[in-house]
Design a binder for this molecule. Structure first.
Ligand SMILES: [Zn+2]
Length: 422
């Protein structure tokens, strides 16, 4: 990467920094212009979307209304038609390849060229900075298996990667040795380390933390802040989008609306009202080599109104978990896991949890609790969760020190071992 990349990233970064303060109307206008260019490109250069556009009778689009006439792009479309989704004239061998973690069982592979990667890098750089990254920081990375390198990165901060291994005591010692000023981590990992830190003779302190990939539970937020003396911000990204939304100083999750159109839709693909939970669709306004239009990311969430901080970027009111996570009830009916998450937010003293369903009639929960958690917390959590279910189920709750993680160190809050019906 040379000077032109550095300059391109710097200019794009500066424009994201300016755009966030524009009015919601100006940002919407900008989205319309970018959408028009992207759709014209997809229509002429990308066989998959050319077919979709022709099949839907679409000749162009300028607004969210126009975009809604396009069918949803599912993950399965990407698995089946990846080649037809790549811009014609580009060879896969010349592109960067990315894969989702596949925590839902089926990883998805996608590609991008160098220009897209620079634009994506600038967007991610901007998002990191809004989450608190500042020049001169020493960043401890406990989340990504490796931190993607951006042209500007070496000038901004040093990265020390620590793999969140099964042995979290060892990772905690490595974190201390790194002496970071900012930590990028799965909240479930950092919350456990926060507990170790409270019991340490020489506790570690740093000023900033960024929570990625998992839901940041109120209990985890509290113990991380208290133990390390840091602030913590949520970062919402994905392999496909890189940087989608981030938490501002007011606690709102702002969507990078100058670069992404985020929609929330019901099971028929129709828009839900602001504040209602829907499946999230993304349209990436910066990605041309393999465009994503109305791509179903696999998360559910609620869109909200604008935030008093003054930024015009749209707000993601809440993120509600994977769309594919369902509890199977004794009758065989499926019940969305996300509807059960409320009781965890209402219960003090929870650092982390994982619920595993092996049979229809029962759930097994592993629970990591904070020091001084109320006695009887197991019973409280159990009765609150069960009260949310429409059918009677058994539930075992076990207090543990650690929770099963994937190879990349990420913990899932719900795992069903029941085969879904076809
Ligand atoms: Zn805000």
């Amino acid at each position: 990467m040379g000077f032109p990349d550095f300059l391109a990233e710097g200019l794009a970064l500066a424009s994201h920094r300016r755009n966030q303060w524009k009015s919601p109307g100006s940002i919407e206008e900008m989205q319309g212009e970018k959408l028009q260019t992207l759709a014209a490109h997809a229509f002429t250069r990308v066989p998959f979307y050319k077919n979709r556009f022709q099949g839907s009778g679409i000749s162009g689009m300028r607004s969210l209304e126009d975009l809604r006439s396009l069918p949803i792009t599912a993950k399965d479309d990407v698995r089946r038609h990846a080649d037809a989704m790549i811009c014609s004239g580009l060879s896969k061998d010349s592109l960067y390849r990315f894969s989702t973690t596949g925590t839902t069982g089926s990883p998805t592979v996608h590609y991008m060229d160098h220009s897209d990667a620079i634009r994506g890098a600038a967007l991610r750089q901007f998002t990191f900075m809004e989450c608190g990254f500042a020049p001169g920081d020493i960043l401890a990375n406990l989340a990504f298996s490796r931190m993607p390198r951006f042209p500007m990165q070496p000038l901004l901060y040093r990265v020390k990667s620590i793999h969140p291994a099964e042995d979290l005591e060892k990772s905690y010692r490595a974190l201390k040795a790194a002496a970071p000023s900012i930590v990028f981590a799965y909240p479930s990992v950092l919350a456990i380390m926060a507990d170790m830190n409270l019991r340490s003779t020489f506790p570690l302190h740093f000023s900033k933390a960024v929570s990625v990939s998992e839901m940041l539970q109120p209990g985890a937020r509290k113990i991380i802040q208290e133990s390390f003396g840091c602030s913590i911000r949520n970062y919402y990204g994905s392999s496909e989008c890189w940087a989608m939304a981030w938490e501002c100083e007011n606690g709102s999750l702002h969507i990078n609306s100058d670069s992404v159109i985020l929609e929330a839709v019901d099971s028929a693909g129709l828009p839900v009202k602001d504040g209602e939970v829907g499946d999230l669709l993304i349209t990436l306004l910066w990605k041309y080599s393999m465009p994503f239009l109305r791509y179903q990311i696999g998360d559910r969430g609620r869109l909200g109104s604008h935030c008093p901080c003054g930024r015009g970027l749209q707000v993601l009111k809440s993120l509600e978990g994977r769309t594919t996570d369902y509890i199977t009830l004794p009758s065989g009916k499926r019940f969305p896991w996300m509807f059960t998450e409320t009781p965890f937010g209402q219960t003090d003293g929870i650092i982390s949890y994982q619920v595993v369903q092996e049979t229809r009639g029962s759930l097994n929960m592993k629970l990591i609790v904070a020091p001084g958690a109320p006695p009887g917390i197991r019973g409280v959590v159990k009765s609150r969760l069960l009260s949310y279910l429409p059918e009677k189920m058994d539930m075992q709750v076990e207090i543990v020190d650690s929770i099963q993680r994937s190879g990349r160190g990420k913990a899932r809050d719900f795992i069903s071992k029941i085969k879904p019906p076809n």
